[in-house]
Design a binder for this molecule. Structure first.
Ligand code: ADP
Length: 271
């Protein structure tokens, strides 16, 4: 049986060191979990550095990184593999997870709660001490090499039963907690990522904190580090800070006119 398209693991290595500012002991924890073949769950709000962290760890551990953005149409076959008709022949094509297992990669399932429940079940035998991927359609049982690592990301802040991770899934993982960096670290990230002035970086960090205080009072989430980076990029490109805050932050956080007005007022107190 042939593969329809050759998969090139070398394309999944991260050559350049990604810029990552640690926010706690997450690097040591991940390394210890990795050395002992424990799967990891990166918990935290959107835009707080989980993806950047996993890229950094893949670079540091010199492993290919295979990322899957989960959504509700993601099927078990997308992860495990499927038969396809190719040039008149039936060929087997590995899914993302099977590729990661075969090549000892880090497989990062981003926003795992977006995937259907029957899809998450395929990761169970991989995430306990069996470390196997049953490929029922192919009649094969893949055993993970020690280099393989399964990492999930999960935002516990949505507070919806539908978006909760099942106990049977979450209890297989070492959880690394992420949150917005403290003000000094967040300022450092803005300077490093965008080259913005320290004065404006400080104001943006303050502005983000004000919006974070509105969580639960009209906002589902406050401004993430990602939004601050976007806003700083616009300012460095010559956009007026107030306009940048409105487009990159306020509009990204809400569609509610009253709330938008309130957030814009907060920014006008700073800029
Ligand atoms: P998440 O995966 O948690 O949604 P990302 O990793 O995509 O968030 O982070 C969004 C952006 O914020 C990154 O592209 C980067 O610019 C910045 N960022 C957030 N946290 C950090 C950090 N600790 N070190 C460096 N950059 C960070």
């Amino acid at each position: 049986m042939t593969q329809a398209r050759a998969f090139k693991p070398e394309e999944y290595y991260i050559e350049q060191e990604p810029y990552y500012e640690p926010i706690g002991k997450e690097i040591e924890l991940f390394e210890a979990a990795y050395q002992h073949q424990l799967p990891v769950l990166l918990k935290g709000p959107t835009g707080c550095g989980k993806t950047r962290f996993i890229e950094y760890m893949a670079w540091r551990l010199k492993r290919p990184l295979i990322t899957v953005s989960c959504h509700d149409d993601l099927t078990a076959s997308d992860l495990v593999g499927r038969f396809l008709i190719h040039g008149g022949n039936t060929v087997w094509v590995d899914g993302a997870l099977a590729r990661a297992v075969r090549h000892g990669a880090i497989c990062y399932l981003d926003e795992i709660v977006e995937a259907r429940k029957d899809t998450t079940v395929v990761i169970h035998p991989l995430a306990d001490d069996r470390r196997v991927l049953p490929m029922d359609k192919l009649g094969e049982l893949l055993t993970c090499p020690p280099e393989f690592c399964l990492a999930l990301s999960y935002n516990p802040g949505y507070q919806s039963v539908l978006k909760e991770l099942k106990q049977s899934t979450r209890q297989r993982f070492v959880a690394l907690e992420f949150d917005y960096p403290n003000p000094d670290v967040e300022r450092k990230i803005l300077l490093a990522e965008t080259g913005i002035s320290a004065t404006i970086a400080d104001k943006l960090v303050k502005f983000a904190q004000m919006t974070r205080n509105l969580k639960g009072n009209g906002l589902d989430e406050g401004a993430s580090t990602r939004l601050l980076v976007h806003c700083a990029i616009l300012i460095v490109a010559g956009i007026e800070p107030m306009i940048a805050c409105r487009s990159a932050i306020a509009q990204a956080l809400t569609d509610d006119t009253e709330m938008l007005k309130a957030i814009v007022e907060l920014s006008s107190a700073l800029f």
